[in-house]
Design a protein around this ligand. Structure first.
Ligand code: ADP
Ligand code: MG
Length: 190
């Protein structure tokens, strides 16, 4: 880059061409993905989903403990829940597409009533602190602030995390969250 002239005015500083990083959009984002399963062989589904997340992450993943939780809604089966940290090089929409595809590969019909049993649910909880609200994506995920089955595994990985919109600390959110039955699972990752 050319040296700034000592006489340059603020205007001319602004009109200087800034260095462009052609890969800026590809810079890895720190992402937390929540996993849930309460249908079929849930431990196998979590194991397979974890391998998938390792494949799409540009660095080694970090994995929370697995929790067993009561289902919310009409379903009878307990859930297994966990959170995994990945580094993702791409847009949030591209990540959502990959997660939806993996849900489908692991046996989840593409049109699925909300709140029912599922072989695999993969949600983007936090995408590098990005705040987004469109037809397809809400970031951070609304469950991040209020559901213990997201907050407790997230706390395993990131006790310093705070909710990007309200800036509330995760420990405070955990204290405020509605009670539910949740315990560390008998099964943990192999
Ligand atoms: P839920 O996870 O809320 O039980 P689904 O998994 O069926 O329900 O997701 C329904 C839709 O939620 C998805 O098709 C997706 O477009 C949308 N969605 C909005 N925000 C997010 C997010 N942060 N992560 C994943 N899906 C999201
Ligand atoms: Mg989902």
């Amino acid at each position: 880059m050319s040296k700034k002239s000592p006489h340059s005015t603020p205007d001319s500083v602004h009109s200087e061409r800034l260095p462009v990083n052609p890969r800026a959009e590809d810079a890895a984002r720190s992402v937390f993905v929540a996993l849930g399963s309460n249908e079929g062989d849930s431990t196998a589904h979590l194991t397979q989903a974890r391998l998938f997340l390792q494949e799409i992450s540009s660095s080694p993943i970090r994995t929370s403990r697995v929790y067993q939780t009561e289902p919310i809604g009409p379903s009878d089966n307990d859930f297994l829940n966990a959170v995994i940290h990945i580094d993702w090089e791409g847009s949030p929409e591209a990540l959502l597409d990959r997660l939806k595809e993996q849900e489908r590969i692991q046996g989840r019909p593409s049109r699925y009533p909300k709140w029912t049993s599922r072989t695999l649910d993969l949600d983007i909880i936090d995408f590098g602190g990005l705040i987004l609200n469109n037809d397809r994506l809400q970031l951070p995920h609304p469950a991040a602030a209020e559901r213990l089955f997201v907050l407790l595994p997230l706390y395993d990985l990131a006790p310093e995390w705070y909710e990007p919109v309200t800036k509330k600390a995760i420990s405070e959110l955990i204290h405020q969250a509605p009670e539910m039955r949740i315990e560390v699972g008998a099964w943990q990752w192999e």
